[in-house]
Write a protein that binds this ligand. Sequence first.
Ligand code: FEO
Ligand code: CA
Ligand code: CA
Ligand code: CA
Length: 616
Amino acid sequence: MTLNFDSEDIGSNHSENRTFADVLEANISRRSVVVGGLAGAALTFFAGSLAKAGAKPDSIDSRGLVNARTRKPKINFTSIPLQASPMPTIAPEYRYNVILPWREKLDGSGTSFAYAGFTAEQQEQSIGIGHDGMWYFGDAKGGMLCINHEYGTNTHLTGKAVLTSLEEVRLSQAAHGVSVVEIEAKGRTWRMKKSTRNRRITVNTPVQFSGPAAKSMLIKNNAGTQPLGTLNNCANGYTPWGTYLTCEENFNGYFGSTVSTWKATPEQARYGFSASGFGYGWHVYDGRFNLSNPAYFNEENTYGWVVEIDPNKPKSKPIKRTALGRIKHEGAEVVVGKDNRVVVYMGDDERFDYIYKFVSSADWKKMVAAGKSPLDEGTLYVARFNDDGTGDWLELSTSNPALAGWSLEKILVYTRMAADLAGATKMDRPEWITVGPDGDVYCTLTNNTQRGTTGRATVNASNPTVANKWGHIVRWRDAKQHTGLTFSWDMFALAANVSDSAGQMFGSPDGIWADKDGRVFVQTDGEQPGGNNDQMLVADAGSKQFKRIFTGVKGCEVTGVAVTPARDVMFVNIQHPGDGDPKVSNFPEPFTGATGPVPRDCTIVITRKNGDVIGS
Ligand code: FEO
Ligand code: CA
Ligand code: CA
Ligand code: CA
């Protein structure tokens, strides 16, 4: 998410827990004794003929761990340069086309509502804005695509920085949420189908709570209304039983107070609530988002959850799964672990916040057969990274002595504060998490621009810059097929201070997805070297070498990745092209400048010209 100010970057964690910078410094200084310095941990790049020199089989690393990262996937496309254009570029072996732009009608007609005079009612019947995480449930011919709509600024949505009526607030609310649409292949491209399964889920859609905190007084209001909506839907996940997971990230920014004397409680402060929010102004016209409205005194606790959606049951309510905790959820990566238990890896994207995992109590198939959700019964953990390359999963339950006096409901509603007490490691903004074919888990740590400036995070030899503006990707392997209490970690990529002769680099890694062949797709959200556009790269999990496959539009974020089962079609999102400003980009229309159309968030469909898998 990129707003005018960096909302994830505020940092509300004032606990004494160690930062990842402390751990990284200690880890790298230990390893440098063995491998001869930072080069062992640094990012390297393909550059022209260097491409073939890359992959070396991993053997035993400095921690004595055997690596199985030797697949050497084919990554033979031509790496393209960074650029700063109002239109995207793609590697010459590939092509793309645009589908599902903001305001396209859900009726499958292929037409869109006009920008001028656009209404809340029209937005409820059309594709939302701020396309982000997504997943595809289908085959080569067609299926269901679920797309998150993270956010859209007031100016992009309405042309006005400040909303001045409930109708305008309803338009903004309807632009957020999720689109669930049936799509079909049409020759080389794809299109939305006319389908009874097409639907929008917005901030005002009825939802239900499930799991241990579902009936908690901490999420009950006295307004007498049913719970509504999902908000700031960032990254995502999907389950082996065919459902979609959408994750609520910066929900705090949509709340505010109309009372000048309002003051945040410690719990509200830990989740970043403030009197003015991020400037959306919903609280002025909709009492549900007014932190001073006594009828909705717990409304803010009804957001910050992982929400499950059944794409094939258009009448089903989205379900908020409280067992997964309440944080600024970036994504929810589900993997089947030992004994068929499901494990969900989750990042909490704010400076100095944490990485979590949930492990279901039993075999997911048996739970589903018994009518139980595997996401309702299980144990939540938070990660501690140790200096020696090991890590521990700290249990967030009533059996942890550090949480004496806490009920499970309280742990799940105020998860951040429970994790503070448990002693988790403060990370540099955990974004997406993905699990590779060897069981390797990758997490993007997008940046931490206040490293060393606040007195809480140390500067060190491996990160000599006071502001860590380029970010990291950390990798770990969990004990007991993801269900254990320990893990071993290493640095997959340190983006800081890295460049190569072609000037290729990335900053602010965010979206990440590992395919079955050992390719790791990395997408960016934020500042890129030279002020260039956000991008998507493909790395070799074994050699850690990268190539750039796609560059986005000026002002946009490249985010979201989904594939068909054969992986010869990839869906990727362009979020806030031109930052919503037609002077910067008119994407997906060709650039004609200020008099051109307001740019539209959209999905692009990527195929390889020879039909091979994406990334090859
Ligand atoms: Fe929605 Fe952390 O990006
Ligand atoms: Ca981001
Ligand atoms: Ca985003
Ligand atoms: Ca993100």
